[in-house]
Design a protein around this ligand. Structure first.
Ligand code: PLP
Length: 413
């Protein structure tokens, strides 16, 4: 066994992800309370957060893991070892034997996939489910995150379900799965459940379980948990089924930071700080989603170049940095910087932020809410170093979980 290496927060080398055990536990307590109160079962959706060093802790609170494919399924099996589910839009034949060993629930995307594999699932003594598409969009703006958007390949519509699922198929089907939410509250779940009942209600009573998918922002302060519990109980009691939830984000929401250091500051119409963290490589959702992550000690500044309203501030900023004294009439000055990555990509920009003090090379910045959809999505484009992974224990000690180097770049090519 290798020795655990402890470090002080100030000694950490950048860039690195620092995952906070205390915050993770707080989230898990909230989730567990829902299980305890309603009897539902909650699984970690590993695609959001696969830092398996934390799986023993997560396993103390949740019922298991869910996977988007074979490798996640194997990770959940090896590192948590509790209930293990999987969903994939299309399973590869050569992977099915291993999946059947690893997983308890296998959720199919279409009647064709279900028919193709259902006998194997039954023979392995596992549970077979079908993902449905209730065709009920409850999110605007993020079409790429909306499985109910037109022409979606995700889930079976009521029309196809009726056409293609025979009476025998229905006898072999153990559960219904839907996943249509993304960072949403329980009012949207309520609307979705109404649509699911309207379209698939006649089948629900024949099922053993109904899986509500993920996207429930349960650990967010304004999330209405009582309404969630009402939804869970309604389905449990009306149809006599087991209810599953499989949140990813909610498990590790606000449970980690990305620590980075200012390398250089350049000026071109505004001040631009070049960091040793990259949006493209280390937080790709910032560009894909897109969103601007919260930054400790700074506020978001209006983006898109130098906006008219901030031009004066920016000029002030430049003057101040050129050695000008602060005007006494203005109590609180804001120093606006565009924070950007060190790659070749012109758009490797995290966003514009306002600080109370000017930035200098060597300053450390903490991007918040960086545990989810970050470590699982990093890449080494431009030969960038992957951020180290650090666990901040509840007593404040930092444990180095993983360091990365040149070989991690080279070995994939
Ligand atoms: C993405 C996904 C989840 C987890 O979603 P979060 O938004 O991270 O809660 C759960 N189930 C399925 C099928 C998914 O695709």
């Amino acid at each position: 066994m290798s020795e655990i290496k402890y470090m002080k927060f100030d000694e950490l080398k950048t860039p690195c992800f620092v995952v906070q055990e205390r915050k993770l536990r707080e989230n898990l307590e909230i989730l567990k309370e829902i299980c305890d109160d309603t009897g539902c079962r909650i699984l970690l959706a590993q695609k959001a957060f696969s830092m398996y060093r934390m799986y023993p802790l997560i396993g103390e609170y949740l019922n298991g893991t869910t996977a988007s494919g074979l490798y996640e399924a194997r990770l959940g099996y090896e590192e948590m070892g509790k209930e293990n589910h999987i969903f994939s839009p299309a399973y590869k034949e050569d992977e099915m034997p291993e999946i059947l060993q690893l997983c308890d629930h296998i959720v199919f995307n279409s009647p064709a996939q279900f028919k193709k594999y259902k006998d194997l699932v039954k023979k392995a003594g596992k549970s077979a489910g079908l993902r449905v598409n209730p065709e009920c969009s409850t999110q605007e703006g993020h079409a790429i995150y909306d499985p109910c958007a037109p022409f979606s390949r995700l889930g079976t519509t009521a029309e196809k379900f009726r056409e293609e699922m025979s009476e025998e198929d229905l006898r072999d089907l153990d559960g219904i799965h839907f996943h249509t939410l993304c960072e949403q509250n329980s009012d949207d779940l309520e609307v979705t459940i109404r649509a699911v009942e309207e379209k698939f209600g006649e089948y629900l009573g024949r099922m053993k379980w109904v899986n509500f998918g993920g996207g429930h922002h349960i650990t967010r302060p304004d999330y209405d948990r009582e309404r969630l519990k009402k939804c869970i109980r309604h389905i449990q009691e009306t149809y006599g089924v087991e209810v599953y939830l499989e949140p990813g984000e909610a498990v590790a929401l606000n449970a980690g930071i990305l620590l980075t250091e200012v390398q250089e500051i350049v000026e071109n119409g505004m001040e631009i700080a070049i960091l040793d963290a990259s949006a493209a490589c280390h937080m790709p959702d910032v560009l894909e989603m897109p969103y601007r992550p919260p930054l400790k000690g700074a506020e978001e500044a209006p983006s898109e170049g130098v906006p008219a309203g901030n031009a004066a501030e920016s000029a002030d900023n430049a003057q101040r940095q050129a050695g000008g004294e602060p005007g006494e009439e203005k109590k609180r000055r804001r120093y606006i910087y565009r924070l950007a990555g060190p790659t070749c990509l012109a758009g490797d920009v995290i966003g514009d932020y306002a600080f109370e003090h000017p930035l200098s090379p060597g300053d450390r910045l903490e991007f918040e809410d960086m545990a989810i959809y970050t470590m699982v999505k990093t890449n080494t484009f431009n030969g960038m170093k992957l951020p180290d992974i650090v666990l901040e224990r509840e007593d404040g000690k930092c444990e180095m979980v993983k360091t990365f180097g040149y070989q991690d770049f080279k070995s994939r090519l």
